[in-house]
Ligand binder design. Structure first.
Ligand code: MG
Ligand code: MG
Length: 363
């Protein structure tokens, strides 16, 4: 049954042969990453059987650098990512959502030419309720190969990524990858312990009838996002002239995979809920790798004001607004931001007639 199907190992070696300048280090790095993902998948899958659910440590010890409650599986997944990748000789440093500072490799490990930055378990608030979670990673070139990486080494714009991937621990375990040559999806075949290429060259439809946003924050949104969502909700009777569906899984990897599969738009926009946070999602290990994958599949990704991958990072754990998905809808939302900034919003948006249609009318 598996004859002729392409494993991840074969895929990476064939890619290497197609690009003569590429060394074996890159496929070896992907191989160790795939092993880490299989181990995490196994732990997530076993769940309560291995005591993996619930919060890590005592209440005060279980808050990570983001001020978020750490789950046991957050800590376990982070440890797996570090342990499976540090010895490979391909990396000069790692950084993770779960660690405040850059991770320095143990002294006995050889330093290599890449940097790895990751969210070891994305959507971890979904673990205890048995919904899809995942791992997100981004690979950058080390500015000083062979030497320990510094914090500054990681502060590269997303356009500099050499690879980005997301693993999905859902009904199937999947790995979605880009090296800047389109997006390929693999499904883990547990019987043979290998990822098999099942979704070659994924493409996001340019148009969509589906949007995803956490509406409980609507009163904190900026006017361009209010306008976009209000128009979607108005459906056939509004300016869009057609009905929309809403989805919200509260798991970035699951939302991204749905959009990769059938289109859609995801928004975690800038809001006024907490003035100290310009957005919710983290640039280096969430927004950038997701944006790279989405753009490589023909979609778009913006903060509303600029292309995510062109931002110059200033901090390891920097947060940004993130709006991505089907090209035409993302362009529309970005256009609404531009109109708002230039004061050229249509009058209809502020008219009483329009307001009566809005479910999000605040006064
Ligand atoms: Mg996350
Ligand atoms: Mg996480």
């Amino acid at each position: 049954m598996h004859f002729g199907r392409k494993t991840l190992t074969r895929y990476t070696i064939e890619q290497e042969h197609r690009h003569p300048g590429v060394s074996g280090e890159f496929s070896s790095l992907l191989n160790s990453l795939a092993t880490a993902i299989k181990i995490i998948s196994n732990q997530v899958n076993k769940g309560a059987l291995i005591g993996a659910l619930g919060n890590a440590g005592t209440d005060s010890a279980s808050v990570n650098v983001q001020g978020e409650v750490q789950k046991k599986l957050d800590v376990m997944s982070n440890d797996v990512m570090l342990q499976e990748n540090e010895w490979s000789g391909n990396l000069s440093g790692m950084a993770s959502e779960e660690m405040e500072d850059v991770y320095v490799l143990p002294t006995h490990c050889r330093r290599g030419k890449y940097l790895l930055v990751f969210d070891p378990l994305d959507g971890s608030s979904n673990i205890d309720v048995n919904l899809t979670v995942g791992t997100i990673f981004s690979i950058l070139r080390a500015p000083n190969p062979g030497k320990d990486a510094t914090l500054e080494d990681f502060l590269q714009p997303g356009t500099q990524q050499v690879c980005a991937g997301l693993a999905l621990y859902g009904p199937s375990t999947m790995l979605v990858l880009t090296t800047g040559d389109g997006v390929d999806g693999f499904t883990l075949d547990r019987d043979i312990g290998a990822f098999i290429l099942t979704h070659p060259q994924m493409r996001i439809p340019d148009d969509t009838h589906e949007f995803a946003i956490n509406s409980s924050n609507s009163r904190f949104w900026e006017p361009p996002v209010q306008r976009y969502v209000t128009e979607c909700l108005a459906g056939q009777t509004g300016p869009r002239g057609r009905d929309f569906n809403m989805r919200w899984v509260a798991s970035l990897v699951a939302e991204a995979f749905r959009i990769l599969t059938r289109g859609g738009i995801f928004m975690y926009p800038k809001d006024s809920k907490d003035a100290t946070k310009p957005g919710r999602l983290r640039l280096l290990y969430e927004a950038n790798p997701i944006s790279f994958i989405i753009e490589q599949a023909g979609g778009k990704s913006t903060t509303g004001r600029e292309r995510v991958m062109e931002m110059s990072p200033t901090e390891l754990h920097q947060r940004v607004p993130l709006i991505f998905g089907s090209k035409n809808e993302v362009e529309r939302v970005a256009g609404y931001h531009a109109e708002y900034a230039s004061g050229k919003e249509p009058d209809t948006f502020n008219s009483p007639l329009f307001s009566t249609r809005s479910l999000f009318r605040t006064q």
